[in-house]
Design a protein around this ligand. Structure first.
Ligand SMILES: [Mn+2]
Length: 313
C-alpha cells in the first residue's frame, strides 16, 4: 500500500514533523578493531573477522599494524581480506618490514630468503597488481579514539616526533615508495626517508645519540617506546613487530604482536586484536586494559632453516 502523497501546496513548511525520524548529529562511531602481526596466518585472521561480525555486524573497521604476510602459509588470503574491507572503506593498513621486503624482491633489489613464504603472492597471476596495491599503502595511519589522537605504525616512531612530523615523514616515504622504483635500493645512510622507513617498520631499540636498531634494547640502548614515553607525548601509538616482547599494554601504547606465526617454537602463539570499546570516563589508552581478543594459532606454521638443520629434517 502506498502512503497518501500530499499535494505540492500542502507540504508542511517545517521539516521536523513529529513522526519524521531525525538524523542524529553524533552518529554512533564504528568500532575500531586493531589486529597484530598476521604473517600469513589467514585462518586466524578469519577467526578475528568472524568474532568481529558476530559482535558488531558490519559496524567495524579493521586496523592492521602490518606484516600481514610472510613466514605463514596464507599470505594471499590475508591480503585479500584486508583489500576487500579497504575497498568498502572499512580497513586501514600500515606496511610492515615483510611487505617492504616483498616489494623489494619484486623490484629485483633483493632475493627471496630461505624462510620466506610469499611465493603464493609472487607466483600469482596478479602479483604485479598486488605489489602495486602494496605500494599505495601507508606506513603511518592516524585518527582519534574518543578525541584522543593516535598513530598506528608497524614497528616504532621516533621518540622525539610529534604527530605532525610523523605524518609529514610518512607522506614523503609513501610518495617515494609508490613512485620511485629505486627508493628501496638506496642507502639509508644518505637518504633520510629510507632511514625513517626503517625506523617505522623495523626498529626496536634506540640510542641516546638518536640512532635506532632492529636489535632488542639489551643490545642497543633503550626500547623505542621507553624513550618515546619519556618525551610525554599526547598521542597514543598502536604497533606490532615485536613478537619476543609480546602483548605490550602501557599508558599510550598498545603493542599487538603476539607471535601467531611463531606458535610451537617454544611458546604458544596468538593473533591479538585490540577492541577498544568506549568506557565512561576512561582514557582510551589507559593501562591496564583487558579489551583484547586473542585467537590461538591453529598449528605450528614456521620451520625456519636453523630449526630444520638442527633437527636433521
Ligand atoms: Mn615486523
Amino acid at each position: 500500500m502506498r502512503p497518501p502523497s500530499a499535494a505540492a501546496g500542502e507540504r508542511p513548511s517545517c521539516a521536523c514533523a513529529a513522526d519524521t525520524p531525525r538524523l542524529v548529529a553524533y552518529a554512533k562511531a564504528v568500532q575500531k578493531i586493531f589486529v597484530g602481526d598476521v604473517q600469513g596466518c589467514g585462518d586466524e585472521l578469519d577467526d578475528v573477522l568472524r568474532l568481529a561480525r558476530k559482535s558488531f555486524g558490519d559496524e567495524f573497521e579493521l586496523w592492521v599494524v602490518g606484516d600481514l604476510v610472510n613466514r605463514g602459509p596464507k599470505n594471499l588470503k590475508a591480503l585479500e581480506r584486508v583489500r576487500s574491507l579497504q575497498a568498502d572503506g572499512r580497513a586501514r593498513y600500515t606496511l610492515g618490514n615483510h611487505e617492504i621486503a616483498l616489494i623489494a624482491i619484486w623490484l629485483g633489489h633483493r632475493d627471496l630468503g630461505p624462510n620466506d613464504t610469499t611465493h603464493d603472492v609472487l607466483d600469482s597471476k596478479e602479483a604485479d597488481d598486488w605489489i602495486e596495491w602494496l605500494r599505495q599503502q601507508r606506513v603511518v595511519e592516524t585518527a582519534k579514539l574518543w578525541g584522543t589522537p593516535f598513530a598506528m605504525v608497524h614497528a616504532s616512531v621516533h621518540p622525539d616526533w610529534k604527530l605532525k612530523e610523523l605524518r609529514a615523514r610518512a607522506r614523503e616515504i609513501e610518495a617515494r615508495l609508490a613512485d620511485d622504483d629505486e627508493f628501496l635500493a638506496g642507502d639509508p645512510g644518505v637518504d633520510d626517508a629510507l632511514d625513517a622507513l626503517g625506523r617505522l617498520t623495523r626498529c626496536r631499540g634506540v640510542t641516546k645519540g638518536g640512532g635506532w636498531s632492529s636489535a632488542p634494547p639489551e643490545q642497543a640502548g633503550a626500547a623505542w617506546h621507553a624513550a618515546w614515553a619519556r618525551s610525554g607525548h599526547s598521542y597514543g601509538v598502536v604497533y606490532g613487530h615485536w613478537a619476543l616482547q609480546g602483548l605490550h599494554v602501557a599508558p599510550g601504547l598498545r603493542g599487538l604482536d603476539t607471535a601467531c606465526v611463531q606458535h610451537g617454537r617454544g611458546r604458544d602463539g596468538f593473533l591479538t586484536a585490540w577492541v577498544p570499546e568506549k568506557r565512561a570516563e576512561e582514557h582510551p589508552f589507559a593501562a591496564p586494559d583487558d579489551r583484547f581478543w586473542q585467537v590461538p594459532a591453529r598449528r605450528r606454521y614456521y620451520f625456519p632453516l636453523q630449526d630444520r638443520e638442527s633437527s636433521g629434517v
